[in-house]
Ligand binder design. Structure first.
Ligand code: AMP
Ligand code: MG
Length: 395
């Protein structure tokens, strides 16, 4: 049996090694960038008019000129125009290129235009106003994004504006999710009284989906030979296997034994934690196997505590764990790390966690009231209101 800290350290010494893969920009959301994104030209690429109005030469205004003959109109999308006379102006639209020989834009609100002449009503002009100057945001070849960045809509805008329809992101491993247990039927079937539907498979698949990871679903019975035959094939075809069930002390819990027979090296079996104590972890040269206990709350805790962090860290994403403050006193006497089901609320800018205990590791209906697991350390038994502990957010 290993401690939670030992389990974490062992798991993180078996990261998967992503390579670069190209995806369409329309499919890159939440993926991890695997190339440098450089500005292909200046940002903005020309002196961009930032207000609808007129463009003038400031020196003319400064020397007393307040009425400017309108020479023409510059719309967005037209090549740069040029002002011919110092005491004239050009009407300019937001997004147009600032006309040559002008340096200041006066917005329509501060101008009266009549009979082809614009009279400036405001006395407070500043040279260069209402112009988004070329290269003021970034210069051509500047680094806009670095590898390891998680792509949000903000990054998508930058990738789009430099004209990249495809972008290199870190590849993700292929996952197989395997439920085990003779009492389990698929969700399309009507279970007998003594059977239940295999909900864990769908929890795990959805949790992976939220991380952009694809998975296939499988079910294996509590039968050593069948387990061995099928697991062998599934292992061959996937990078990461997540099993649920069959890792405890039951007479038909064959998963650890079969995995070792198939050449998967065990790194630990059993973690000093509740729920999720029977967790088994192993690997081969190029496969990683997480065999989680089948009780749905245990499966969920193990996913969010270990597997999500493992995926993030393998991708080089900053996976800092959140913390929250206990909202009430709480006791847990057993010498195990306890993953307390909590409801975390933002109270005046602080995250406060309120215990929402249900009926134990089988009661996954209780999780609908829960938005995080709070990790209460093994060596403490009495936890006080106001103390701060790590949390693993589910929502
Ligand atoms: P096990 O870890 O195989 O001893 O299973 C522990 C408990 O979790 C049993 O009551 C199982 O019926 C239940 N269980 C196992 N796998 C699943 C699953 N995929 N979905 C829902 N419950 C499960
Ligand atoms: Mg079972």
């Amino acid at each position: 049996m290993v401690s939670v800290a030992e389990a974490v350290s062992i798991i993180h010494s078996h990261h998967f090694k992503p390579h670069a893969e190209e995806v369409e920009i329309t499919k890159c959301i939440d993926r991890v960038l695997d190339e440098e994104i450089l500005a292909d030209r200046d940002f903005p690429p020309f002196d961009r008019v930032a207000m609808d109005g007129i463009a003038i030469q400031f020196a003319s205004f400064e020397s007393g000129c307040a009425e400017f003959k309108v020479e023409g109109i510059a719309a967005a999308g037209q090549p740069q125009s040029a002002l011919a006379e110092q005491t004239s102006c050009i009407e300019v639209m937001t997004g147009s290129s600032l006309p040559l020989n002008t340096d200041t834009v006066v917005r329509y609100e501060d101008v009266a235009i009549e009979n082809g002449h614009a009279v400036i009503k405001s006395s407070k002009l500043v040279k260069g106003q209402n112009i988004h100057a070329q290269a003021s945001d970034a210069r051509q070849s500047d680094t806009l994004l670095t590898p390891g960045t998680v792509l949000s809509p903000i990054e998508v805008a930058l990738i789009a504006t430099i004209g990249k329809p495809r972008v290199k992101v870190k590849s993700l491993p292929s996952f197989a999710i395997i439920s085990t247990g003779d009492e389990l039927v698929d969700i399309h079937e009507t279970p007998h009284k003594h059977q239940i539907r295999r909900s864990n498979s769908y929890t795990l698949q959805a949790a992976l989906q939220a991380l952009n990871c694809k998975s296939t679903l499988h079910h294996l019975p509590d039968n050593k030979e069948k387990l061995s035959q099928e697991l062998h094939k599934i292992l061959d075809a996937h990078d990461v296997i997540i099993l649920s069930g069959g890792v405890s002390k039951g007479k038909f819990d064959y998963v650890p034994e079969v995995l070792e027979q198939l050449g998967v090296e065990k790194h630990f079996h059993k973690v000093k934690q509740k729920p999720g104590k029977p967790f088994w972890f192993g690997s081969t040269q190029d496969k990683t196997v997480f065999a989680l206990p089948g009780n749905p709350v245990s499966t969920t805790v193990c996913f969010y505590k270990y597997i999500r962090q493992w995926i993030w860290q393998s991708l080089g994403v900053n996976a800092d764990v959140d913390v929250a403050t206990l909202g009430v006193d709480f006791n847990f006497p057993a010498p195990l790390t306890y993953f307390l089901e909590v409801q975390v609320k933002n109270e005046g800018g602080r995250l406060i966690a309120y215990p929402k205990q249900g009926g134990g590791s089988g009661d996954f209906a209780n999780l609908k009231e829960v938005n995080a697991f709070m990790e209460l350390p093994e060596e403490v038994t009495s936890f006080k209101k106001g103390e701060t502990y790590p949390i693993y957010l589910l929502r």
